[in-house]
Design a protein around this ligand. Structure first.
Ligand SMILES: Cc1cc2nc3c(=O)[nH]c(=O)nc-3n(C[C@H](O)[C@H](O)[C@H](O)COP(=O)(O)OP(=O)(O)OC[C@H]3O[C@@H](n4cnc5c(N)ncnc54)[C@H](O)[C@@H]3O)c2cc1C
Length: 480
C-alpha cells in the first residue's frame, strides 16, 4: 500500500480503542470535540505528503510504491539530505508544535531496522527478524505509531529502572500459545489517540535480575487490556482566528496501562533479554532520531523569532531592550540550525550500512534546548506584555457595534489595521501563554529526558581527548 491519504488515516482511527479524556471514555477519536482538531491536522500531514510528493515521498526499496521518506533506512549522506527536506516539510506544517507527528516513529523504526547487527546481538536473532519484518509492515502500511519507553515514577529513591518485584512497571507475567502476557504501566504516550499501534522499546538500562522488564514489542492500540488515560485536553475550539494553534495542534499525551495484554510472538522484538535491552538504544538511536527532533526544534525557534519580530513591529517597539530580546531568540534558532548542519556534515556509517548524523552537536542541543524553550516563551511574553491580552476574539470583531470601536482604539503602529495587530498577538499568546503553550513548554523540558540528565551524561557522546590535551600541557610543564 502506498503512502496513506488523510482520509485513509482517519478511517484507520475509527476502530476500537480504550481512550479516556477528561473523565470521558471516547468512542470516536475522529469527531470528538476535544480530539477532532488534532485528528484532522494529522490527516492534513498525510495529505501534505501527496501534495509535496517530490520532497516527502520516495519508492519503497522492495515494492517501488511511493512511501514517506521518513520510513526509508538511510544508506548514504544523500539519503540523510533527502530525509532532512522531508522532515522539514512536516515540521513546518505545525511550526514544530507537534513533536510526535508520525515521522518521529517512522525515523525511529527505520533506524532500528537499519541496525540488525545491534538488535540481533546477544542471542536475539529471532527478535531482530521480527523487528525487520515489522518495519516493512509499518512502511508499507504507512502505519502511525505512538511509543512509551519510560517506567512510571513511584519512588525516585529506587532509581530509574525497575528491579525484580516492581509491581508498577511494565513486565512479562506469562507465556501463551501464541505469545506472551504483559502487565504494568508506562509513561507517556504522546499522540496515542491518533495512532494505529503502540511501540514499547528500551528506555533506561535495567539492572541484573530484572529480565521480566526487558521487553520490546509493537501492538495495535485496540488490543484488549490496553488503556490510554489522556491528560486534560488543551485543545481549543477550531477557530483559526481565536486559537490558531491550540485549535488543531494538541497532539495529546497518555498514561498507558497494560492490564494483562497479550503480545503476539511475531510482534515481540525483545523477550526477557537483558543484554539486548541494554544495548539497542546506546549507539545509533540518538543521532538517528535527533535529526527529526532538532529539525522540528529549529522550525519552532524560527517561528518564535518571526513572531517576536511581528509583535515588536506591530507596536513599533524599537527600543534596545526589545531588540536584544528578539536577538536572543534568533541566537537559539541559529545555534540550532548550525548544530544540525554540523551533525549532518559529520554524518557517519554504522557497521550495518545505516547512516546517521554525527551525535555530538545534537546531544549538546538535547541538553540545552530544554532550557532555551522556556526562555523563548518568557521573551515572547515580555515583548508582548499586556498586548497579548488586549486582543479581542473573532466574535467581538464580528459584532457590528464593536467593530468600529476596535478598529479605532486597537490599531497597530504605522497604520497597521487592528485586525492584523490582533491576529499577531492572539497567535503569540497561543504559542507562549495558552494552556497548550504550557504543555508544549513541559514537552520541550522533558521529551528527550531532562536537561540535567543530558548534561550529566555528556561524556557518553563526545571525545574528551582534545580538552584533555589542552589541559595536560600545563600540568606537564617544567617548573622550578
Ligand atoms: C509532554 C511530554 C510528552 C512525553 N512524551 C513521551 C512519549 O511520547 N513517549 C515516552 O516514552 N515518553 C514521553 N515523555 C516522558 C519523558 O520521556 C520523560 O518525561 C522524561 O524521560 C523525563 O522523565 P523523568 O521524570 O525521569 O525526568 P528526570 O530526568 O528525573 O527529571 C525530573 C527532574 O528531576 C531532576 N533530575 C535530574 N537528573 C536527575 C537524576 N539523575 N536523578 C534524579 N533526578 C534528576 C531534575 O531536576 C529534573 O527536572 C513525555 C514527557 C512529557 C512531559
Amino acid at each position: 500500500m502506498p503512502a496513506r491519504t488523510g482520509e485513509q488515516f482517519l478511517k484507520g482511527l475509527r476502530g476500537r480503542r480504550d481512550v479516556w479524556v477528561d473523565g470521558e471514555k471516547i468512542a470516536d477519536v475522529v469527531d470528538h470535540p476535544k480530539l477532532r482538531g488534532a485528528a484532522h491536522a494529522l490527516a492534513e500531514v498525510y495529505d501534505l505528503h501527496h501534495a509535496e510528493a517530490a520532497t516527502c515521498l520516495a519508492p519503497d526499496p522492495e515494492t517501488g510504491e511511493p512511501i514517506p521518506v521518513s520510513h526509508l533506512i538511510p544508506h548514504s549522506r544523500e539519503d540523510l539530505t533527502r530525509r532532512h527536506a522531508a522532515l522539514r516539510q512536516v515540521a513546518e506544517y505545525s511550526v514544530g508544535l507537534m513533536g510526535r507527528t508520525p515521522d518521529y516513529m517512522n525515523v525511529t523504526y527505520a533506524g532500528f531496522a537499519g541496525r540488525p547487527d545491534e538488535w540481533g546481538a546477544h542471542g536475539n536473532e529471532a527478535g531482530v527478524d521480527r523487528l525487520v519484518a515489522y518495519q516493512k509492515f509499518l512502511r508499507r502500511g504507512d502505519v502511525a505509531l505512538t511509543h512509551t519507553i519510560v517506567q512510571p515514577t513511584v519512588d525516585k529513591a529506587t532509581g530509574d529502572a525497575p528491579s525484580a518485584g516492581n509491581a508498577h512497571a511494565l513486565r512479562k507475567v506469562g507465556d501463551t500459545e501464541h505469545g506472551i502476557v504483559v502487565r504494568g504501566a508506562r509513561v507517556l504516550a504522546t499522540l496515542a489517540p491518533f495512532t494505529d499501534e503502540i511501540a514499547v522499546y528500551p528506555g533506561a538500562p535495567l539492572p541484573p535480575g530484572s529480565e521480566d522488564y526487558a521487553l520490546s514489542f509493537c501492538i495495535p492500540v485496540g488490543t484488549p487490556g490496553l488503556k490510554f488515560l489522556c491528560r486534560d485536553s488543551m485543545s481549543a475550539p477550531d477557530n483559526r482566528f481565536d486559537f490558531p494553534l491550540s485549535g488543531r495542534f494538541d497532539e495529546q499525551d497518555a498514561f498507558v496501562i497494560f492490564d494483562d495484554v497479550e503480545v503476539p510472538r511475531d510482534r515481540l522484538f525483545i523477550d526477557r533479554n537483558l543484554a539486548a535491552y541494554n544495548t539497542v538504544m546506546t549507539s545509533s538511536w540518538q543521532p538517528n532520531i535527533m535529526q527529526q527532533t532538532m529539525i522540528r526544534a529549529w522550525t519552532k525557534l524560527d517561528f518564535a523569532w518571526g513572531l517576536a519580530l511581528r509583535m515588536a513591529a506591530s507596536i513599533n517597539a524599537a527600543d534596545p531592550e526589545t531588540q536584544r530580546l528578539i536577538g536572543e531568540i534568533w541566537t537559539y534558532a541559529e545555534f540550532t540550525r548550525a548544530a544540525i548542519v554540523a551533525a549532518e556534515s559529520e554524518a557517519r556509517e554504522w557497521p550495518s550500512g545505516l547512516w546517521t548524523c554525527g551525535v555530538r552537536p545534537l546531544h549538546a542541543l538535547r541538553a540545552t534546548l530544554p532550557l532555551w524553550f522556556p526562555r523563548v516563551n518568557e521573551i515572547l511574553r515580555l515583548i508582548g506584555s499586556h498586548n497579548l491580552l488586549a486582543a479581542p476574539t473573532a466574535a467581538q470583531l464580528g459584532d457590528p457595534d464593536l467593530r468600529p470601536l476596535i478598529d479605532r482604539y486597537l490599531p497597530g503602529a504605522k497604520g497597521m489595521a487592528a485586525e492584523e495587530r490582533i491576529r499577531i498577538f492572539r497567535l503569540a499568546w497561543d504559542f507562549a501563554g495558552s494552556a497548550l503553550a504550557s504543555r508544549n513548554e513541559q514537552y520541550e523540558r522533558f521529551y528527550l529526558a531532562s536537561s540535567a540528565r543530558n548534561l550529566a551524561r555528556h561524556l557518553q557522546f563526545t571525545d574528551r581527548s582534545r580538552a584533555d590535551r589542552l589541559v595536560q600541557r600545563f600540568l606537564d610543564e617544567e617548573y622550578r
